[in-house]
Design a protein around this ligand. Structure first.
Ligand code: ATR
Length: 275
């Protein structure tokens, strides 16, 4: 029988996940559909039960449900458990298993550019996204991971957990030249917000600057980093790779990520450049 998958969130109308997964199903001859479902926070438990009753094979979870879904799942993999957040569920019979592919998705997107894991990494921000990325970087073998955050206490807590180094934003600004890879995970720069999380005056030419935001494709952080002659990576790669890892869990097939990055970039009105 035809399988079906979904993404649940609030809001959900602008999600690009249905387009991405439907395209991959078609490219790989998988007989399945993928639909967006608007679920309000108060309806989450009922929605999960309904999805299972109706025979969903798996689904993605986006804001604001990534943490709230935890108590309703039957099992969590190690990453989802460490992060206390789930973005992908596999349903097998009545059993639902939660995964979190965001951090690994980011790291895979980072490796679309030549990357040296001995380089020092700076993560700006210490929220949920930073958390997933910090753990994934450590799993991938990066030695030095510093975490700079507006609220130093949160940077300290995350650094303690992951074996990294906490910094204030001012300290990071000063020492920016020491880092070969700088990852921007705060919401600063999203949509019409023109701000930078910190001054990039001291960034070293040739270092990698990555942002997890993809609306806009070029955030003020990436624009400034490009002016300073850095190699820049926008959030499209993280979006595509977190989806590709989910797709493989559901179907056993590795989809074409390079082509999808081009498709998503052009859907977002940009010209795809892979350096
Ligand atoms: P997410 O799960 O998307 O990472 P979050 O947990 O709300 O979201 O975290 C948002 C991050 O952006 C935090 O690191 C936050 O800093 P604080 O811990 O000090 O709140 C950071 N952030 C948000 N607005 C910011 C701003 N104007 N300047 C600097 N950092 C900001």
């Amino acid at each position: 029988m035809k399988k079906w998958y979904a993404v649940i969130g609030d809001p959900i109308a602008h999600s690009l996940s249905p387009y991405m997964h439907e395209t991959w199903f078609a490219e790989n001859g998988v007989d399945a559909s993928y639909i967006p479902i608007h679920v309000k926070p108060a309806d989450l438990e009922k929605a999960l039960s309904a999805l299972k009753t109706l025979g969903v094979s798996g689904f993605n979870i986006t804001l604001p449900h990534k943490e709230a879904i935890l108590p309703f799942l039957d099992r969590l993999d190690e990453t989802a458990s460490i992060m206390s957040a789930v973005n992908t569920v596999v349903v097998d019979g009545n059993q639902s298993s939660g995964y979190n592919t965001d951090g690994d998705g980011f790291v895979e997107s980072l490796f679309t550019t030549p990357v040296d894991i001995s380089k020092k990494v700076l993560i700006i921000g210490a929220g949920g996204a930073a958390r997933g990325i910090a753990f994934a970087l450590k799993r991938a073998g990066f030695g030095t991971v510093a975490i700079a955050n507006r609220t130093l206490q949160r940077a300290k807590e995350l650094a303690d957990e992951v074996g990294g180094f906490p910094m204030t934003l001012a300290e990071a600004e000063n020492d920016l030249g020491e880092f070969g890879i700088i990852i921007q995970t705060t919401s600063v720069g999203l949509s019409e917000n023109k701000a930078l999380p910190m001054s990039l005056e001291n960034i070293k030419a040739g270092s990698i600057a990555a942002d997890i935001i993809y609306t806009p494709l070029e955030t003020p952080f990436l624009k400034k980093a490009k002016e300073q002659k850095c190699i820049t990576i926008n959030g499209v790669g993280m979006f595509v790779y977190q989806g590709a890892i989910a797709f493989e869990k559901w179907t056993g097939v590795k989809p074409d990520t390079e082509k999808m990055m081009k498709l998503i970039t052009s859907k977002l009105g940009g010209h795809y450049v892979n350096k």
